[in-house]
Write a protein that binds this ligand. Structure first.
Ligand SMILES: [Zn+2]
Ligand SMILES: [Zn+2]
Ligand SMILES: [Zn+2]
Length: 155
């Protein structure tokens, strides 16, 4: 699989991921509030991309009270804007970003059987897509590159 990292790239999970996410959010001038931490924890508790509804339910269960879906949506949007979470567009769902400390146009591989998503980063490929768009006069914000199919563990 192509790897084009020319920097010290780390994909993280668990506690180190939460630390990196907090660092990325606060470095952008935003606060890592208790509610934001709860949303991030809920997001990482799923083993597949989670809908905003699922995240709201998980936060509500963890807090023992019904939290407002709107505030969860706002936090998810903030996370996506700040590179702390990713949105898998074709699944209408969110994932914690395993590399909140560096920016890539992540390429998602979404399994149609189990619903899990992995991702790869290939900056050369995504740069070509951006350049192709720019060549037409288009101003690309973000390439959305998702591959549907079946993961290595599904038959
Ligand atoms: Zn990287
Ligand atoms: Zn990535
Ligand atoms: Zn699968």
């Amino acid at each position: 699989m192509a790897s084009t990292h020319d920097h010290d790239h780390a994909n993280r999970t668990g506690a180190p991921l939460a630390v990196a996410a907090e660092r990325a959010l606060t470095a952008s001038g935003e606060q890592w509030t208790a509610m934001r931490a709860a949303v991030f924890n809920a997001l990482t508790s799923f083993d597949k991309p989670a809908s905003a509804y699922d995240v709201t339910d998980a936060v509500s269960t963890a807090q023992g009270r019904r939290v407002a879906a709107n505030s969860v949506y706002r936090i998810l949007d903030l996370f996506v804007a700040k590179n702390v979470a990713m949105r898998v567009e074709s699944a209408n769902a969110y994932l914690a970003n395993a590399h909140p400390d560096c920016l890539h146009d992540c390429i998602f591989l979404v399994c149609d059987t189990c619903g899990r998503a992995t991702h790869v980063d290939d900056d050369q490929l995504s740069a070509r897509i951006r350049e192709t768009a720019v060549a037409t006069g288009f101003r690309p914000e973000k390439p959305v590159i998702e591959v549907r199919g079946r993961c290595a563990t599904c038959p």
